[in-house]
Ligand binder design. Structure first.
Ligand code: HDL
Ligand code: ZN
Length: 421
């Protein structure tokens, strides 16, 4: 068996691991991107990059501009304010700002000129379909999983008319309104022809909700069903969410062999004046996840959590339940400091049986920086781990490194999705 270490004389061991991590295509299992058929729902280009809600929140910290005045500006004017504030008046050293520059640089654009009009001119000459392929190529992304909500009034008609066929994109069924706003959602389901009643626990309602889930799972060919949850989500509980999860969502996922992705820890609209940027993070009671994994061993759970303080307990839970697959450094976790801390901890507790990252990209171009930044960190961690193995005499082959990275970059996720229970 040829050891990668024995080849070190030709190409340093670390460089080989870095090259493998840099070049292994990744399945981006959670994004807010859309296939071109969804038109304006797909955000891309420099003004969408600059007006990403992470940057809007950072801009408000540096200016006295009233919230409503900023939101009344056009997208271009908002981008001008953000560019001026975060890139020219202050150094763009936050992760979200740095990411914009990483991406522009990867496109071969000269950011040191600080010439926003010139950047806009370049993007204006790009074709969206080619740009999608360019971004995926630069990011090394082989498949983009969208977040698809039947409750989105712009998205639903596209699916009802002609479900888009684009091999680069797959779908996930997002059901937050169903679970978290039953009172407002039940009438919408009834309007769409699902015979639900106001009581989320009635037999009639459960049957109708399962029909809704089945119809949409088939329509979009959903890879998994997903929901983001508040930090105080409890299971078991007498809430509509707990009841619908137990009686409708989990049986549906078992019937269709789909994982159920839960993303707890979101405090929605902590500051409503920030709009999409206004959500915060809270510590989740992970006993809900523990109870679900234990009570429903034939269901598969995909979990990512928003609080740094939940990450270790989540890893320990994943060691207890093989029907639990953890993924990503989500949202406020997606910064180099925490990606490194969390990924090292996960490897040390779980080996390669997890998915270290998803981009969560809302703007197409972001996959370039989100994956470049994460790959750099993951590569360094793997170099350290394989080197530690070498110190015990274990010699890792190139093929084994390639296998491990493929696992981390979507292979383990895909096997988890295919597993029966
Ligand atoms: O709920 C989610 O899927 C989160 O990712 C939110 O969309 C959040 O606003 C976000 O964009 N995070 O990156
Ligand atoms: Zn998301």
């Amino acid at each position: 068996m040829k050891s990668i270490l024995s080849e070190a004389s030709r190409v340093p061991f670390a460089a080989q691991v870095e090259q493998i991590v840099a070049s292994t295509p990744v399945f981006d299992i959670h994004t807010h991107l859309y296939a071109p058929a969804f038109g304006e729902l797909l955000l891309w280009g420099v003004d969408d990059l600059l007006t990403y809600h992470y940057l809007a929140a950072e801009t408000f910290r540096q200016v006295d501009l009233p919230y409503e005045k900023f939101w009344a500006l056009s997208r271009t004017e908002q981008a001008d304010v953000i560019w001026e504030t975060l890139f020219l008046e202050h150094s763009p050293i936050s992760e979200a700002c740095r990411g914009v520059l990483t991406t522009l640089h990867a496109f071969g654009l000269d950011v040191k000129k600080r010439d926003l009009p010139a950047l806009r001119k370049w993007f204006a000459s790009q074709k969206v379909d080619d740009h999608i392929s360019r971004c995926m190529e630069l990011a090394g992304v082989r498949t983009i999983c969208m977040t698809n909500s039947p409750f989105d009034d712009l998205e639903r008609p596209v699916w009802e008319k002609t479900p888009p066929q684009d091999g680069r994109f797959v779908a996930a069924l997002r059901i937050d309104p169903l679970l978290l706003s039953w009172a407002e959602t039940a009438p919408r389901l009834a309007e769409w022809g699902y015979a639900v009643g106001p009581d989320a626990s009635s037999e009639k309602t459960i049957t109708a909700v399962r029909k809704f889930l089945a119809d949409w799972t088939k329509r979009i060919q959903a890879r998994y069903v997903m929901v983001s949850l508040p930090p105080d989500f409890k299971f078991p509980a007498t809430t509509a969410a707990a009841n619908l999860i137990e009686k409708a969502v989990l049986p549906h996922c078992r019937e269709f062999g789909l994982p159920f992705a839960m993303m707890p820890g979101v405090k929605r609209a902590v500051n409503p004046q920030l709009k999409l940027a206004g959500d915060g993070s809270g510590l989740t009671d992970l006993s809900a996840v523990q109870n679900l994994c234990a009570q429903f061993p034939d269901n598969k759970f995909l979990i990512t959590v928003l609080a740094r303080e939940n990450q270790h307990e989540l890893c320990v839970l994943a060691r207890k339940f093989r029907n639990l697959h953890i993924f990503g450094c989500w949202w406020f976790m997606n910064i180099p400091t925490l990606i490194e801390e969390i990924t090292k901890m996960r490897i040390e507790l779980l080996g390669t049986s997890f998915t270290p990252q998803h981009s969560d990209a809302r703007v197409l171009d972001q996959i370039v920086y989100k994956w470049q930044h994460s790959r750099q960190i993951i590569a360094q961690i793997l170099v350290q781990k394989y080197t530690e193995l070498g110190q015990s005499g274990w010699q890792t082959t190139r093929a084994e490194v390639e296998r491990d990275v493929k696992d981390l970059f979507g292979g383990a996720f895909e096997r988890f999705c295919e597993r029966n229970g």
